[in-house]
Unconditional design. Structure first.
Length: 558
């Protein structure tokens, strides 16, 4: 290698020495071309000093840094445990409504994504729900699991009452232990009172043992057997009072069916055999017991029925430490009843003259497929008929009130009735105030005497049976809870305390109905216990009243 280098060096020198030099050119005084005002930016011949960009390498980080649920005006901040991969948060029951459909704000590792997408509304209340955070590279990911816990719910400031339907709920109430457990669950759920049915509508037997009139039921509708070894009513009273809860009995006043006990049968045969409603049909007048599909109703105008009702009320109020007596089925079965000789005589006394053609002078029927169909013949006489029936029911309510006060003044008289007042004339049931003229000014079947037959003033509590499927809507066509609320307040005014009652069997939202009821009523009654078999309704009822309390300033998260 040294020899080659020595050889090439003199050769290169010789070449350079033989190359001619360029001639020198004298510079001219002025440039041949005018220069532009702005010097041209010629591209640099120098190599760029900027280093070349490195190719982007996607991040492998997949961490959830923070998460906030957008629940109304009080968002919930979650605690992220990166080691355990958990998302933990506490919520107030009023926030549960929002958690079921809300979006969230999250902070993630740069370039990472979360699924499901937290910015889209979804149900964040689900137990043990999982989310996935995927790194920018699309390969690395981490799963996080939710752990949520409700804050203690406040007790409602307004009465929250559970109705217990004997036929549907008795299977939960066959032992003292079962009763105690279910009452504790009601108490924990915010309920402050119970209305327990002590005679099922399709029964003549009692569900209480301290009775000189009726026998204790052996079976209920659907073949449910009754435990004969304990007094259901007494056990319910003890369980409620132990927790400071009230207990009212519900009694189906005028319904009476085939007895299952020997004691009830004897009373039935000796006192009530000829005291049932007589219905008007296309074929004439017949005993209601001939229709197997109907509830059997006693005739309110029959003297023996009056005696039976008053005796039942007297022994219940006397023998049991109850807080309230709730009237149920305190009405006629439909507009086809009652056309018995007793009712004819009483009606003719009421109007002061005989009805020559009974009852065709004021009413006929032409179709038996719907017991609510009828034809009015004499509008004036028909309105008198409507008013008279309402006065019969009003008389019972007033007398029961007076009887209860004479025995135990502290026992409240309550009543339940359906909210659709525009059809209550068919059952003789004017649950409005006797000072209201709403019926006679709004309905063609009412006169001023019908107005005076209202019975709200004789009640302490009226449970409006708002058993509809829709909550909001102001028109009658909406058939909504909101519409019937307005109607009830126009009819009742301040005559008595007004509770809203709704039935979960209609499919209505227990959460929204509780929320609405708490805002607009003095108390809430929910029908009924058997529909609370799952956990969901307990939580939804809490959520409903807590949301209302939060809006009313009765409850905070502090």
């Amino acid at each position: 290698m040294k020899i080659k280098r020595l050889f090439l060096f003199p050769l290169l020198v010789g070449v350079l020495m033989c190359t001619p030099k360029p001639a020198l050119v004298e510079p001219s005084a002025e440039p041949s071309v005018e220069p532009s005002e702005e010097p041209s930016a010629e591209p640099s011949q120098e190599p760029s000093e900027e280093p070349s960009q490195e190719p982007h390498i996607p991040s492998t980080e997949c961490q959830l840094l923070s998460m906030k649920f957008l629940t109304g005006d009080c968002p919930i901040e979650a605690v992220i445990d990166e080691k355990a991969r958990t998302i933990t948060f506490e919520y107030g029951y009023d926030q549960l409504h929002y958690l079921r459909s809300c979006a969230a704000e999250v902070s993630l590792s740069e370039g990472a994504k979360m699924t499901p997408d937290p910015t889209k509304k979804q149900d964040f209340s689900r137990s043990a729900m999982q989310v996935r955070v995927t790194a920018e590279d699309g390969k690395h990911y981490q799963k996080y699991t939710f752990h949520s816990k409700p804050l203690p719910a406040p007790r409602p400031n307004k009465p929250l009452v559970m109705w217990i339907d004997a036929a549907h709920s008795y299977s939960y109430l066959k032992t003292e232990e079962a009763v105690d457990n279910i009452v504790q669950k009601m108490y924990d759920g915010g309920f402050s009172g119970v209305v327990v049915e002590v005679k099922a509508p399709k029964s003549g037997d009692a569900l209480y043992q301290k009775s000189d009139i009726l026998g204790y039921a052996r079976t209920l509708e659907g073949g449910v057997s009754v435990n004969q070894n304990f007094d259901l009513l007494q056990v319910m009273i003890d369980a409620c009072h132990k927790r400071g809860m009230t207990l009212s009995v519900s009694y189906c006043i005028f319904t009476f069916a085939e007895p299952t006990s020997a004691k009830t049968r004897q009373y039935y045969e000796e006192n009530l055999q000829d005291a049932f409603c007589q219905e008007l049909l296309t074929t004439g007048i017949q005993d209601i017991r001939q229709d197997e599909n109907d509830y059997w109703f006693l005739n309110p105008s029959h003297p023996k029925v009056h005696t039976y009702v008053m005796d039942v009320v007297r022994e219940l109020v006397t023998n049991y430490d109850i807080d309230g007596f709730a009237l149920d089925y305190c009405r006629y079965p439909n507009i086809r009843s009652d056309f018995s000789d007793e009712s004819r005589a009483a009606f003719e006394t009421y109007i002061g003259h005989a009805v020559e053609n009974w009852p065709a002078d004021f009413m006929t029927v032409s179709d038996d497929s719907n017991k609510g169909t009828y034809n009015v013949k004499n509008p004036v006489l028909f309105k008198q008929w409507m008013a008279w029936r309402a006065t019969v029911i009003q008389g019972y309510v007033r007398e029961i009130r007076d009887l209860i006060r004479s025995i135990k003044p502290s026992v409240k008289l309550e009543a339940w009735a359906a909210c659709w007042f525009q059809f209550r004339h068919e059952t003789g049931q004017n649950w409005g105030s006797y000072e209201s003229n709403w019926p006679s000014t709004h309905y063609s079947w009412a006169n001023a005497d019908y107005d005076k037959a209202g019975y709200a003033e004789y009640l302490d509590i009226f449970h409006l049976g708002n058993y509809v499927k829709t909550i909001y809507g102001k028109s009658e066509s909406s058939w909504s809870m909101e519409y019937f609320t307005g109607l009830a307040k126009n009819l009742i005014g301040d005559a008595c305390t007004l509770y809203n009652s709704f039935g979960l069997y209609t499919g209505i939202s227990s959460e929204e109905a509780t929320y609405y009821s708490y805002l607009h009523y003095d108390g809430i009654m929910i029908f009924e216990l058997s529909t609370f078999a799952g956990q969901q309704h307990w939580d939804k009822v809490r959520s409903g009243y807590c949301r209302a309390m939060y809006e009313l300033g009765e409850y905070t998260h502090e």
